[in-house]
Structures are given as C-alpha cells and as structure tokens.
Design a protein around this ligand. Structure first.
Ligand code: 5GP
Length: 198
C-alpha cells in the first residue's frame, strides 16, 4: 500500500506530450520520477543518452526481453521501445511516484500488470491542428506525416481505455490540469495510508 503511484502519459506524435512531461518535471509541482526507456532508434540531435533514452542495438534489446528485464515493450515506426522493469519497481517500492511516457500498447500492458496505474492521454484540439503541429515541427516528410495521422486515429480509439483525457489547446492550462489531477491522486493515496495506519 505504501508503494508510489505509477502515472502513464500517452498521446499521438505532435500532441506535445514530451513538452508536457518536461514541464511536469521542471515545475516540480508533484514528486515524480521519469522512467528512462530503452530504444533501438537513432539518437536525435537534441537528445541526451541516458536522459532522453538509453539507446541500444536490436540484439541487446532482444536480449533484455529474453531475460525478462522489460516491464513492457512495443514496436513503433519500426523501432523497439521498452520500459525497464527493475528501475520502475525499485522506485515504486521506495514509495516514490513514477511517470512513464509511452505509447498505448505498452500503457495498456502496464495497466494489466499494475491495475492501479493512472493512465492519462493527451488529445490535440483537432486533426487540422495536429497536422499543422507535425508540419511546423519539420521532422517528418509529408508521407510520414500521413502515417503519423493514421497512427493517431488508432491511438485516439485506445484513449477511451484511459483514466483521464486532457486536450492540449493551451500548453500551460493543460499542464496545470494534469498537475492538479496528479496532486489529487497523490494526496488521496497519502491520506488513505494515514487512515490505514491509525
Ligand atoms: P519517439 O521516437 O518520438 O521518442 O517516441 C515514439 C513513441 O514511442 C512515443 O509515442 C513514445 O511515447 C513511445 N515510447 C517511448 N518510450 C517507450 C517505452 O518504453 N515503451 C513504449 N511502449 N512506448 C514508448
């Protein structure tokens, strides 16, 4: 019961969930630790090894799966992404809260292992806006943007299995609402622990 809370954040590419997670950690409104995933994809120029991801080879990734070291993993746009089991379990058992920024297949797998995990999903205000954000970001070709939009449709359907949906229309507003939700969950858990100890 004294375990920390496992928060999971998902949302299609272009919804701003990466920025939102950075802000949540930066603002320190809640005591949460971001879990660093492993991936087989190439490092991007604004990313830091061991901070953004642990970058690894496909062989090593598969070895980690075989050894049972992944809490979950998924293939996204041809690359493997996975959550380290031990790191997450260790933080939770110390009573600290963990935030995972992962896609829906992985999120729902984690929910099946930890039913008490809190699943949060970020929606864009419209498809038009999502496409515009992907275009402005300039990371993908038009064809890749079409693929991301198609993937987003599937993700929107999965969002119905999440506990909370947030619309990222105004970034600061959205971050504030997420912080409040997380705070309520954390305070609720602390109070229950206190009541049970009385
Ligand atoms: P990106 O390559 O843009 O950093 O991430 C692509 C997608 O993979 C994003 O939706 C991101 O949330 C997801 N992702 C990142 N790490 C993990 C992970 O450990 N497991 C799963 N299932 N998805 C992840």
């Amino acid at each position: 019961m004294n375990k920390g809370i496992l928060f999971i954040m998902s949302g299609p590419s272009g919804t701003g969930k990466g920025t939102i997670c950075s802000k949540l950690l930066e603002n320190k409104a809640n005591d949460v630790f971001l879990s660093v995933s492993s991936t087989t994809r190439e490092i991007r120029k604004d990313e830091i090894e061991g901070v953004t991801y642990n970058y690894t080879t496909l062989d090593h990734f598969k070895e980690m799966i075989d050894k049972g070291e992944m809490l979950e993993y998924a293939v996204y746009s041809g690359n493997y992404y996975g959550t380290p089991k031990k790191a997450v379990e260790d933080i939770l058992s110390e009573g600290k809260n963990v935030l995972l920024e992962i896609e829906p297949q992985g999120a729902l797998k984690v929910k099946s292992i930890f039913p008490e995990a809190v699943l949060m999903f970020i929606l864009p205000p419209s498809m038009k806006e999502l496409r515009k954000r992907l275009k402005v970001r300039g990371r993908e070709t038009d064809e890749q943007i079409d693929e991301r939009i198609e993937a987003a449709r599937w993700e929107f359907e999965q969002s119905q299995k999440y506990n909370y949906l947030f619309v990222n229309d105004d970034l600061d507003e959205c971050v504030k609402k997420i912080e409040e939700t997380m705070k309520q969950k954390i305070q609720g858990k602390n109070l229950v622990n206190k009541l049970l100890a009385e």
